[in-house]
Ligand binder design. Structure first.
Ligand SMILES: [Zn+2]
Ligand SMILES: [Zn+2]
Length: 272
């Protein structure tokens, strides 16, 4: 990987900052309104994470999206790139998709290695990616993430493709309904005691991520932290989502902050 900052710098407008957990935001995915229940404190989870973390025997509470993205309206370029496999529109002669994603991961990981390591409870011993399962993404295409991770110098040394798509039709059907099921993935090779950085390009419902995390835990992993390039949000789904997206779109993206170390209080414009 060349200079990740130089590759990504012309494309900062594609990214949207992900706020830290907040009294209104999901503490797992940091990007949707939490569903609060009477008597519970802050730091609840969103409806989507409630469903996908509740469906498995153990989930990861650590999902770290690098950026938010949206499917409609302004700011869809990152979604187009990640989900529709389009290359960045400008400037001409810019990086191809894999180079862009690798540079994005490299730059973010360099800035937030300590944040991710803290969440894992110690240094990572394994980096792996979530394989394609033909569900939970709008276009099935060659899944490039193993190659992308292989291009990131700081990750490639620990990279092992230990997850394979499972052969349970019912589990894959559950994934298609955005429900999690650890049988959607097989784990090959020993992962006992491993602290795993689980890398994926797009986080939609969390069903893929949480199913993969559960499969890793079932196989003996000690910790799983999910690092995803883009978290899809729907600004039209609620007033809180609209405020979150408007706020993220109005400010300049900063690779030096993440949802684990960035500002939390008042992110949605209310007093802390
Ligand atoms: Zn969530
Ligand atoms: Zn950080």
């Amino acid at each position: 990987m060349g200079d990740a900052s130089a590759v990504t710098q012309p494309y900062l407008t594609l990214f949207r900052n992900v706020p830290a957990a907040d009294f209104e935001l999901c503490r797992v995915c940091h990007s949707r309104p939490s569903e609060r229940h009477a008597g519970n404190g802050p730091y609840e989870v969103c409806a989507s994470c409630a469903r996908t973390t509740g469906g498995v025997f153990r989930h990861t509470p650590h999902v770290v999206p690098i950026s938010l993205c949206a499917r409609r309206g302004g700011g869809t370029q990152l979604y187009d790139l990640v989900a529709r496999h389009r290359v960045p529109a400008s400037p001409p002669g810019g990086p191809d998709r894999s180079t862009f994603l690798a540079a994005t991961l490299a730059r973010f990981h360099r800035a937030h290695r300590a944040c991710l390591t803290r969440a894992a409870g110690g240094e990572f011993t394994l980096v792996t990616t979530v394989p394609g399962t033909r569900v939970d993404r709008p276009v099935e295409a060659f899944h490039p993430m193993p190659r992308v991770v292989g291009m990131v110098g700081d990750l490639t040394g620990l990279h092992r493709p230990v997850l394979l798509p499972g052969d349970s039709e019912s589990a894959l059907a559950r994934l298609a309904r955005r429900e999690s099921d650890e049988r959607a993935f097989h784990v090959i090779g020993g992962v006992g005691g491993a602290r795993v950085l689980l890398v994926d390009d797009l986080f939609v419902s969390g069903a893929r991520t949480q199913s993969a995390a559960a499969a890793l835990f079932r196989a003996g992993a000690a910790a799983v932290v999910a690092l995803v390039v883009a978290r899809l949000v729907d600004p039209a789904s609620s007033a809180t989502s609209a405020r979150l997206w408007a706020r993220a779109s109005a400010e300049r993206f900063d690779f030096e902050r993440c949802c684990l170390c960035g500002p939390a209080a008042g992110i949605l414009g209310r007093p802390a």
